[in-house]
Ligand binder design. Structure first.
Ligand code: MG
Length: 252
């Protein structure tokens, strides 16, 4: 599949898909506290997304049974919400959610602290978020795709963390996952030339230990191989002639 360049009309729809997802994420973030179950978070996410006449794009995606991925501590991504998984003080929880607005997808992830967390966990969350911003400094027309990958890798590696290699970012538009794949680790090639109108979901997944992961028996939940904590941060962005436009984040 070729990498799509969105028209002005499509970009407007993606902006709205992104704006609504940001609102959903902000609401979910306010709900995070010790004692809430990961299933409660999922129910809230689905209700919010549908309240904006949007559709949760993760629900039933390749059989995924929920509207939001809720991944706690050593869970990297694709955690399945459960009634009996209760968040507790000191956990970190990654919420990955997306929606479809008038046929166009948005996708974003945040990692939150549950109550007060260790300074080590706090640093992991902060570095993971910042690695996204380091990456998108390179996300402009005339640069190449892997300039983004290399920038994320350099920043994360300098902090001694492990970068997940088995999962990557992606193009996004009328489908949740479009070309190109966007690795969060350094590449030897330059990758494709970035052009205005490309919309990309950039999503570093960063581990406190090594970058190695494994899948649980549910065939969805990805966990760190060494059991160390993992964090995730993602936004859907638009490549422009100048600075990239972050479609799923307007206030930092
Ligand atoms: Mg994504």
């Amino acid at each position: 599949m070729a990498v799509t360049i969105k028209s002005g009309r499509e970009i407007d729809l993606m902006r709205e898909a992104g704006r609504l997802l940001e609102i959903v994420h902000d609401e979910l973030g306010r709900a995070i506290r010790p004692g809430i179950s990961t299933k409660d978070i999922d129910k809230l996410a689905e209700r919010l997304i549908r309240s904006y006449d949007c559709v949760p794009n993760f629900l039933n995606y390749q059989g995924f049974p929920a509207s939001v991925c809720v991944s706690v501590n050593e869970e990297v991504v694709h955690g399945i919400p459960r009634e009996d998984h209760i968040l507790k003080e000191g956990d970190i929880v990654s919420l990955d959610a997306g929606l479809i607005y008038k046929g166009y997808h948005s996708d974003a992830a945040r990692t939150y602290a549950v109550g007060s967390i260790s300074s080590e966990a706090e640093k992991l969350v902060t570095v993971t978020k910042q690695s996204f911003f380091e990456g998108i400094k390179m996300a402009k027309a005339g640069n190449h795709l892997y300039d983004i990958s290399n920038a994320i890798d350099a920043y994360v590696t300098a902090h001694g963390y492990g970068i997940v290699r088995d999962l990557v970012g992606h193009g996004i538009g009328t489908k949740l996952h479009e070309d190109p794949q966007i690795p969060n680790f350094a590449q030897k090639r330059k990758g494709l030339l970035l052009q205005p109108g490309m919309t990309l979901a950039i999503e570093p997944m960063i581990n406190m230990g090594t970058g190695d992961v494994r899948w649980l028996d549910d065939e969805w939940t990805v966990v760190t191989a060494d059991g160390a904590y993992s964090a995730h941060y993602e936004n859907t962005i638009l490549i422009t002639e100048g600075e990239p436009e972050i479609l799923t984040l307007h206030e930092t």
